[in-house]
Write a protein that binds this ligand. Sequence first.
Ligand code: NAD
Ligand code: IPM
Ligand code: MN
Length: 365
Amino acid sequence: MNEYTICVMPGDGIGPEIMVQGLKALKVIEERNDVTFNLREGAFGATAWFETGKSFPDETVQLCDQADAILKGTIGVSHEASKQIPVDEQPERGGLLPMRKRYDTFANFRPVYLSPGLRHFSPLKPEIIGDGIDIMIIRELVGGIYFGSKEVGTNEQGLRYAREVLEYDERLIKRTVVSAFDAAMKRSRKLHNIHKSNVLKSSILWTDIIEETAPDYPGVEVRHMLVDAAATALCLNPGQFDVMVMENMFGDILSDQAGGILGSLGLMPSACLGPEKAYYEPSHGSAPDIAGKNIANPYSMIGSVAMMLDMSFNMREEAKNLWRAMESVFAAGYSTPDLSRPGTDIVLVSTEEFGDRVVAALEQG
Ligand code: NAD
Ligand code: IPM
Ligand code: MN
């Protein structure tokens, strides 16, 4: 019997609604395997700040420290509501980034996947989509401009200024690059290095390290692409990409764009892996515009559960079953409203019904 402790942090906005669906699926898997998942719920995000004065309260830190894995919903509140919280204590700066740093979760895997049967969800034309989309974006998650020194003030000319530093050392780059080459070996052995070496020295260092690492992986074909060109290429020819690796901020932006070519951010789960601890979260935010309406797409959360089963608990078969169950719900014509397009024949379901249908498919499969 395997026993795992999971710190569950539903968070803000749609986080709690989609978390419920992820946990329903996890329960099915627990019941039919020789495994126990001890779930420990922790307050996190703006909800936690309003309750306790901290976005990442000490009790939650302890639960995370003790957990085998962390399952996180979404955090963040509307621009207006954010103003009630001091800038450095807001859930992004005061909760999420400190958590990433604490567990050193440097390798952020963001799968961008649309099977041939689900091509109609994409806003791209069928001839561009081809056989569907299957990309793995690997985003460095604990370095770069997000974590460099920051300064705001007034300069000698009396002008307000802000200064933030984009810094990487070779160790930080190397470990992410190695994760990307390893991932490429397990997939189709094609790796795109996404960079901005024509301007940024950090990108020159990043690209040097890719080239120094490449001889250790002779079977992997490496291509270099400037990040701005990559943004266009994702729209015009996504089929050329398999594994894409990039620094923190490039990865933030391009992974949301990748959600766009799938048809919704609700199709973007993720895994954030560190040397000792991993956490799993949707790539998107708390979607304040649809929170509380029971219409959010829970795929990103349920997919994050599947990634946790695979990457933290070595339950690969059940992870596959979970992906398959979600796919079958879409294939049967059901979807949450984010994926509905004029002219397509989709039966709209709520967040909860989508989750129920995934559970039913999982129980049958
Ligand atoms: P967002 O990702 O929350 O939403 C962007 C758009 O995508 C919205 O129209 C939203 O309704 C839609 N969307 C997102 N997820 C969806 C889902 N599962 N189903 C259906 N539609 C979905 O981005 P935003 O509105 O710019 O940010 C809102 C808050 O979320 C901000 O406070 C931001 O900092 C935070 N945020 C948190 C995370 C995280 O927890 N990792 C990630 C991104 C943004
Ligand atoms: C993401 C989010 C976060 C980021 C924010 C909420 C700090 O946008 O996970 O993509 O920028 O990394
Ligand atoms: Mn983002």
